[in-house]
Design a protein around this ligand. Structure first.
Ligand SMILES: Nc1ncnc2c1ncn2[C@@H]1O[C@H](COP(=O)(O)OP(=O)(O)O)[C@@H](O)[C@H]1O
Ligand SMILES: [Mg+2]
Length: 217
């Protein structure tokens, strides 16, 4: 009997055994596109879980062992500076890859510290549901915006909000992209996310202003 490992905003993740998990979107959506993206970037050397199979709403992939980057930072095992640097590094590596079909750049569009797992062999990027092609700066703006929202929303525990605020500064100092150029588009994307909590929605404009202010500081 598979055991429930985690219930995120989008999906339930079950352990099948020590080596495999099953991720099932609660809305029944097919993970075929994200599986294809994961296979593509894995083949180019990006650290992502290995995909084993897709069946209806189910994605069976390699089970990762280790804390999330968020968990490790909250436990004091990783600094906020390292948190921002690891995010910027994974994102920069993704954006440097050739996209399938050769056009545009592959974007993750949900790259934050709870979607990075720190394994024995290094950080691995998970949760590829939103991945698509586009302009790299949109991904950069979105990651900065997510951190700013968590820092400002007031609904996250104090240490999480503090980490997000500090991590934002580090992320902005390490990213090779422009976090402001497509910030308005990132706000629009975020505003249309049905998983956004009301408090996160309320601080969206302030979060965008915080990214603008800190990017130019
Ligand atoms: N390959 C994996 N190995 C181990 N745990 C995983 C794996 N993929 C996801 N998880 C766990 O399930 C949680 C939710 O998965 P995720 O893909 O991030 O979906 P959501 O959109 O719900 O955040 C993750 O935060 C992580 O704890
Ligand atoms: Mg997630």
């Amino acid at each position: 009997m598979p055991t429930l490992l985690a219930s995120g905003r989008d999906a339930d993740v079950f352990a099948l055994d020590g080596h495999r998990v099953l991720r099932r979107s609660r809305d029944g959506r097919s993970p075929a596109v994200e599986a294809e993206v994961m296979r593509h970037v894995a083949g180019l050397g990006l650290p992502v879980p290995r995909v084993y199979s897709v069946d209806g709403p189910d994605l069976v992939m390699e089970r990762l062992h280790g804390p999330s980057l968020l968990g490790a930072a909250l436990a004091g095992e990783v600094t906020a500076e390292e948190t921002g640097r690891i995010m910027a590094d994974l994102q920069g590596r993704l954006h440097a890859l050739p996209a399938p079909g050769g056009g545009g750049v592959l974007l993750h569009l949900d790259l934050h510290p709870d979607n990075v797992v720190l394994t024995a062999t290094g950080p691995v990027l998970i949760d590829w549901t939103n991945a698509r092609q586009g302009e790299a700066d949109l991904d950069v703006a979105l990651s900065a915006l997510i951190l700013a929202q968590v820092a400002l929303a007031g609904t996250f525990p104090g240490p999480v909000a503090a980490l997000a605020g500090e991590g934002l500064g580090a992320f902005l100092s390490h990213t090779r992209g422009d976090p402001v150029r497509l910030l308005d588009a990132a706000v629009e994307l975020r505003a249309g996310d049905p998983n956004l909590a009301p408090e996160e929605e309320r601080v969206l404009a302030a979060a965008a202003e915080a990214v603008r202010g800190r990017a130019s500081a």
